[in-house]
Write a protein that binds this ligand. Sequence first.
Ligand code: SF4
Length: 324
Amino acid sequence: MDHTETLLDIQDLRVEFPISIGTVRAVQGVSLTLKRGEVMGLVGESGCGKSTLGFSLLRLLRPPGRIASGRILYHGRDIVAMEEKELLAVRGTGIAMIFQDPLTSLNPLMSISEHFVETLRTHEKGISRHDALERAGGMLESLGIGTNRLHEYPHQMSGGMRQRIMIGLALIMKPDLLVADEPTTALDVIVEAQFLDLLQTLRESLNLAIILITHNLGNVAQLSDRITVMYGGTIAEVAPAQALFDEPLHPYTQGLLASIPNIRLEQPRLHTMPGSTPDLVDPPSGCIFHPRCGRAMDICSRQRPPAFLRNGHEVSCWLYGDAP
Ligand code: SF4
């Protein structure tokens, strides 16, 4: 797929959560771009900042979270600096988000049709109920759900179907970017595969860009054009999906891939990474991965590595470049 136009340009984004014992530096200077129609997998251990980054894109951080600095340019307009009115227009019509558990996002007292009518009326003032229901029916059909289910309630549907409804609600206003935060975690393996197929179809038919946030590397391998690996609120590596799996460069990415069970290969023991995730109130100096890295050098604890370009990977590690 030809991706040329930059849709999203995140520049040196910092997100903090002030708490009683200090400030959690959840995202520490992340820069990232996404092209129109591109699928970016965002992976890393729990607590690495990937979901915080996703929520920041729509300024949906839960208090006391705040964007401390940086810019998020969406079609060249800075979301961080946007007035509330402009931001509301971007949410839903430009950037949409779906979450892990659709039950927490769907109102159990409202039928599926009411969800669609409410969403459409929020963004399209004056749309008639008849037109809204017609659009909702069309969306349901494209998701492989019969229009006869429109009048059902969320509890009458399976988990997989609810997740499809969520995606339908997210896409009904034809956004060009979907942020999907662990969208398949609550689904069983077969429904998960169907859901990923659906995302692939929608991405092609709508030229939809997707940021797929997940801890499941299998999911990102299947769907993503590029993969961003996060560690401790920073980006460790960004690379085309196949290149990342074929030749991971950052020691953290290498450890992450070695820890995936592979039933086709003789793999008597899984790799486990020594140490634990970093304290983000008082993060390690220099490369945030250095206390766990088997290849750490002198400079690693002193200076944070910039992103070096190597074989099409952007890799933040002193193994691939020298200090200026
Ligand atoms: Fe390891 Fe140093 Fe590279 Fe960090 S910069 S990943 S500590 S070698």
